[in-house]
Write a protein that binds this ligand. Structure first.
Ligand code: ADP
Ligand code: MG
Length: 323
């Protein structure tokens, strides 16, 4: 089990940022409305994630760390529906194979919680403790037992930057959740979770961008798009400002990137990339996110229609503003 998990861990766990992404997604799946992320040394020595979600029932705690243990799929129909969200039951087993995990969890109806410790895939403690409802994960010393993998980690500063962009993307993709993010005990980001998108942009990108936004909305039988696009005065030399979330997930898509940039084309100088913040809702069957285990790159059916709706929405909004 151990060797297989250590190998499998390579797919899910590359660096502290991937640990943070998996654990925060679990917290969101558990219905958390407030999530705290804390890292030390770029997350290499410590990642701590606290949520106020549903918690894990005591008898299910050890099971959650087994490979392909997922509580999120109960039927074949559900499997088909949910496959695109990437529930694979691999994150906890993978992370616990290559780090030292301490978890404290309690469900709302239980009187006491559970403290569980697992290191390098081996259970070290499983005991009753007093705890608030929700779950806290402490992940210490990532890759402590796989020196070859540890070598690939960058400096703490670089790893911290990668974690920061993951946290920002998670906060942007879930404006209804309050995120608190701390780096070496210093609060770097604290979002309200009140769904105010302008305030969210202000918190993450600052005032200069928050005041140059155009609100957009576009609806077709294929997809609904809501959010903001930046006025063409805001741009970057890379695509880091192009934010879009499909069915609540942070994703990357060459098709959407091209549609965005073509939508701006007449308004923007070449080789500059705009600021966007889109929330796209579409039928789960029209989109495939299972292309890679890290669930980032999307594939669409109806490519042409999706491209056109996105591009025309943007060029329309920009033209409208000029008149
Ligand atoms: P998956 O998310 O694909 O189901 P994971 O390995 O990430 O697999 O998690 C395994 C299981 O552990 C989940 O299905 C869930 O039941 C439980 N779990 C993990 N994190 C949390 C959390 N923060 N709150 C409640 N349950 C959790
Ligand atoms: Mg998960």
């Amino acid at each position: 089990q151990n060797t297989i998990d250590k190998i499998a861990a390579g797919e899910v766990v590359e660096r502290p940022a991937s640990v943070v992404k998996e654990l925060v997604e679990n917290a969101m799946d558990a219905g958390a409305t407030a999530i705290t992320v804390e890292i030390r040394d770029g997350g290499i020595s410590l990642v701590r994630i606290t949520d106020n979600g549903s918690g894990i029932p005591a008898e299910q705690v050890p099971l959650a760390f087994l490979r392909h243990a997922t509580s999120k799929i109960r039927s074949v129909e559900e499997l088909v529906q949910i496959a695109s969200l990437g529930f694979r039951g691999e994150a906890l087993s993978s992370i616990s194979a290559v780090a030292q995990i301490e978890m404290i969890t309690k469900t709302p109806d239980a009187l006491t919680g559970t403290r569980y410790v697992i290191e390098g895939g081996a259970e070290k403690a499983n005991e009753e403790v007093g705890a608030p409802t929700g779950t806290t994960f402490l992940v210490r010393n990532l890759f402590y037992n796989t020196p070859a993998r540890q070598k690939f980690l960058k400096t703490p500063v670089t790893e911290a930057n990668a974690v920061t962009s993951v946290v920002e993307q998670l906060a942007l993709s879930h404006p209804g959740i309050s995120f608190k993010y701390m780096v070496n005990s210093q609060v770097k980001l604290h979002t309200s979770g009140n769904r105010n998108l302008k305030e969210l942009v202000y918190n993450i990108y600052g005032r200069d961008i928050a005041r140059e936004l155009i609100e957009i909305h576009s609806e077709s039988p294929l997809m609904t798009i809501d959010g903001f696009i930046g006025k063409p005065v805001i741009s970057r030399g890379n695509r880091n400002f192009e934010n879009y979330y499909v069915n609540g997930r942070y994703v990357r898509s060459k098709l959407l990137a091209r549609a965005i940039e073509d939508g701006y084309q007449t308004s923007m100088m070449q080789h500059k990339y705009p600021f966007t913040l889109f929330y796209v809702q579409m039928d789960g069957e029209a989109v495939d996110v299972n292309v890679h285990p890290t669930k980032m790159e999307l594939r669409f059916s109806h490519q042409e229609e999706i491209y056109r709706q996105m591009r025309d929405m943007i060029s329309g909004a920009l033209n409208h503003r000029e008149q």
